[in-house]
Write a protein of this length. Structure first.
Length: 284
């Protein structure tokens, strides 16, 4: 519970946590808040906001409910962001741990692979993979994760290199503990927290990348996404700007919220570490 209290103790963390909780609730209860298929025709086309009580945010050029699209788009964006971040960090942690703990040729080979992926822009890699493999939600998540795992891998390797020669790791070797057990039980728990601070950046970048792919027509056509809504709204931007502005605002708020949570987590970890040092007292 202490990390949670520290996060809410910062202004950024408190605001971000509240907004993110609201977005998560909207995503979880999307079928309750907006029953039915958001792609169904709900009313007359190009109905402006607040013109009809049952369609408070109006309709698009096909007569679909804009509010339903934004609500269900929240679920899509958070699903893609969290899934891509989890996959990228999991892959990066495994590669970075193997490279830093093994050293030698294994380290060199794995880091050259990391360098190759870091050279490629993540969006172009996702664009190429989705274009070849097809536009579906799992493919989009995989494409985004493949463009984002290199940074966690490099940070994880740096953490492992700084930890593997410490006294408690040497003591574990002396006691005859298996190298894999040392890596998982002794090194991984201490090297992981700094890597997890990248999660917020990866989630935000994944949401933006998914929206950009959908804007270009490479998103899953069977689900509602904010990028698709923005792209469809640009055709009637002069007469119905709300079709692009409303999902655009939802995208901006979500990305800012994720960054605020990440900033709160970073400050919480820094304050927790400083408090631990203060409790230990000055060293001789």
């Amino acid at each position: 519970m202490r990390p949670v209290r520290l996060i809410f103790g910062t202004t950024e963390g408190a605001i971000g946590a509240v907004l993110l909780s609201l977005l998560v609730l909207i995503a979880l209860f999307a079928p309750v808040l907006s029953p039915g298929d958001p792609l169904d025709i709900a009313g007359p086309p190009l109905l402006h906001p607040f013109s009809m009580a049952r369609l408070p945010l109006g309709t698009d050029s096909l007569g679909r409910d804009v509010l339903a699209g934004i609500i269900h788009g929240t679920r899509t964006s958070l699903t893609v962001g969290l899934a891509a971040a989890f996959a990228a960090i999991a892959l990066g942690v495994c590669i970075g741990l193997a490279a830093g703990f093994s050293g030698g040729l294994v380290d060199e080979a794995l880091m050259r692979v990391v360098d190759a992926f870091q050279i490629l822009p993540g969006f172009l890699l996702a664009l190429a993979l989705v274009s070849v493999a097809g536009a579906s939600l799992p493919v989009v998540v995989l494409a985004i994760a493949l463009g984002a795992w290199a940074a966690p891998a490099r940070l994880m390797r740096a953490q492992v290199l700084s930890i593997r020669e410490r006294d408690y790791v040497a003591a574990a070797r002396v006691t005859g503990m298996h190298p894999l057990e040392i890596a998982v039980k002794e090194i991984l728990p201490n090297a992981l927290p700094p890597v997890l601070t990248l999660a917020a950046v990866i989630v935000a970048a994944a949401i933006l990348t998914e929206s950009a792919l959908s804007f270009l027509g490479l998103g899953d056509p069977n689900i509602v996404t904010w990028g698709t809504m923005i792209a469809e709204g640009r055709n009637v931007l002069r007469s119905a700007p709300f079709l692009s502005v409303l999902p655009g605002l939802a995208l901006v708020v979500t990305v800012i919220t994720v960054y605020l949570v990440g900033e709160g987590v970073t400050q919480a970890l820094a304050e927790g570490k400083a408090g631990q040092v203060d409790r230990q007292g000055p060293t001789a």
